[in-house]
Design a protein around this ligand. Structure first.
Ligand SMILES: [Zn+2]
Length: 176
C-alpha cells in the first residue's frame, strides 16, 4: 500500500502544480467553524460537501463515535485551540446514523483484545464500555457531547455549539 500511495502522490503533486492549485492558502478556517465528527469511512468526501464546506473552510476533528469521554479531554483541548487560540465562533458536533460504536459490545471487544495478545491485566483493569467510548444511541451521544462542550470551562460561552446527525448514505443532515 505504501508504494502505491507514494507512486500516486508523485502524479498528484505534479497535476496540482500544472493546474496551478499548489499556491498557499490561509490556514485560518475561512468559515470560522470547527466540526467534530466520527472516523467512519463513509463520511470521507461526504460530510464537507454535504455541509457546503471546501478545503480551507473548517477545522475538523474526528474520533471513533465522535465521543468525548468523561476522563478524556483531548477533544476539548483541540476545541480550546480552535476557539480560544484561533478564534473560531461555532462548533458543530456531527454524529451519524448506523455508527459502529453503537454496535460494539464490551464482551466482543474483550475477546478481540485477548485474541490480539493484549494483556489480561489491561483487559481486567478497565471498564471497556467507558474506556473504548461505546455509545448506546447516536442522537443521545451527540446531545451529551454538545452538553459537555457547553459545560467545559475551557470553551468560551459565546461559542455556538450545535448538534447534528447525518445519514452516511444519503448525506442528509438533521439538527438535534
Ligand atoms: Zn461512527
Amino acid at each position: 500500500m505504501l508504494e502505491r500511495i507514494m507512486e500516486h502522490n508523485k502524479k498528484f503533486v505534479e497535476e496540482r502544480k500544472q493546474k496551478g492549485e499548489d499556491k498557499p492558502i490561509s490556514a485560518h478556517a475561512h468559515a470560522d467553524v470547527m466540526v467534530f465528527t466520527c472516523m467512519d469511512t463513509r463520511l470521507v468526501d461526504l460530510l464537507e460537501p454535504a455541509m457546503g464546506f471546501k478545503r480551507g473552510d473548517i477545522k475538523i476533528l474526528k474520533n471513533a463515535g465522535n465521543m468525548i469521554r468523561k476522563d478524556c479531554d483531548d477533544v476539548i483541548r483541540s476545541m480550546f485551540i480552535g476557539t480560544v487560540v484561533m478564534g473560531l465562533k461555532e462548533v458543530y458536533v456531527v454524529g451519524h446514523k448506523d455508527c459502529g460504536m453503537a454496535k460494539q459490545t464490551p464482551e466482543a471487544i474483550k475477546e478481540k483484545m485477548l485474541a490480539r495478545g493484549l494483556s489480561r491485566e489491561i483487559v481486567d483493569s478497565i471498564d471497556i464500555a467507558e474506556w473504548a467510548g461505546l455509545i448506546c444511541n447516536e442522537e443521545q451521544n451527540v446531545r451529551d457531547v454538545v452538553a459537555r462542550v457547553k459545560a467545559s470551562e475551557y470553551i468560551p460561552k459565546d461559542v455556538a455549539v450545535h448538534g447534528l446527525i447525518m445519514d452516511p448514505n444519503t448525506g442528509e443532515i438533521e439538527v438535534l
